[in-house]
Write a protein that binds this ligand. Structure first.
Ligand SMILES: C[S@@+](CC[C@H](N)C(=O)[O-])C[C@H]1O[C@@H](n2cnc3c(N)ncnc32)[C@H](O)[C@@H]1O
Length: 255
């Protein structure tokens, strides 16, 4: 923990979950709104998430950025991206995953889509990394706006579990529309039913997302089924070193 300050940040923000867990029965009944975690992740309950301001997105964006230090390598080791021309990271936060992916594949063009206030943070961070010219950033709502065209691989890192089934299908179809035939969609997040990690994948994430007010942990099989419904084929679940942190599912737009 001393060597990786992001672990401390992750632990510290759990005071919000513990506050919400003072009434677990209320959470299970669905009686609770405006929980601490719902305030921390305001897009989960926002009717118009594009209107969120910097002060509302900065805390979670910083936490996501810091914790990419234990996610990006898991994902990129499981599914190296160097054979692709252009990566679009949807819900890409401040660009931390893109930065890691771009470092491993220097030829690859990079695009990021997130809420406008988060994209402002991404632009600042990418500029400090010397990537301002290499990355195209687009702000909007990924459930209602069109994603940018041009990528042959789209990533959804720790995104799907935030959403109900209808929104996941909307998101998968939006990605499919902008990918070429043969293009790839990569989904990575902690998943339910992960052998040896059931307490974190099911119990912990189940309660966490309940307190946040939206979404659910899903098994790799449930994600695979949703990908097929959205029109993808060749769905594969790839092993990661630490599956309790992230598992990877990739799928292809039929050629
Ligand atoms: C749990 S974070 C994951 C961030 C990043 N992918 C990572 O793993 O570090 C979810 C991201 O999705 C973005 N997001 C949520 N709802 C969105 C929406 N409707 N349109 C665009 N971005 C959205 C959030 O701003 C946030 O950056």
């Amino acid at each position: 923990m001393r060597g990786n300050p992001a672990v401390g940040d992750m632990v510290a923000h759990h005071q919000l979950l513990y506050a919400d867990l003072r009434d677990p029965v209320g959470l299970l009944r669905g009686d609770r709104s405006n929980t601490e975690l719902a305030q921390y992740w305001p897009y989960a309950g926002a009717a118009h998430p594009v209107g969120l301001k910097a002060a509302q997105v900065d805390a979670y964006t910083a936490l996501m950025s810091a914790s990419q230090s234990f996610i990006a390598d898991e994902v990129l080791d499981a599914f190296p991206l160097d054979k692709f021309r252009c990566l679009l990271d949807v819900g890409g936060g401040d660009g931390s995953f893109l930065t890691a992916a771009g470092a491993r594949a220097p030829h690859m063009r990079l695009m990021l889509f997130d809420l406008p206030a988060v994209v402002d943070r991404a632009r600042e961070r990418l500029a400090t990394k010397g990537l301002a010219e290499r990355v195209t950033t687009v702000g909007g709502d990924f459930l209602t706006d069109t994603l940018p065209i041009g990528a042959d691989v789209v990533s959804l890192i720790r995104i799907v579990h935030d959403h109900d089934e209808a929104s996941v299908l909307t998101l998968f179809r939006a990605a499919r529309r902008v990918l070429p035939a043969g293009g790839t969609l990569l989904v990575a997040e902690p998943m339910s039913g992960t052998r040896g990690a059931e307490p974190i994948g099911d119990a912990y994430f189940g309660f966490y997302l309940l307190a946040m007010g939206r979404g659910q942990p899903r098994t790799a099989r449930e994600i695979r089924d949703l990908l097929r419904i959205a029109g993808f084929d060749r769905v594969r679940v790839l092993p990661t070193r630490r599956p309790m942190l992230a598992r990877v599912v990739v799928a292809r737009v039929p050629a």
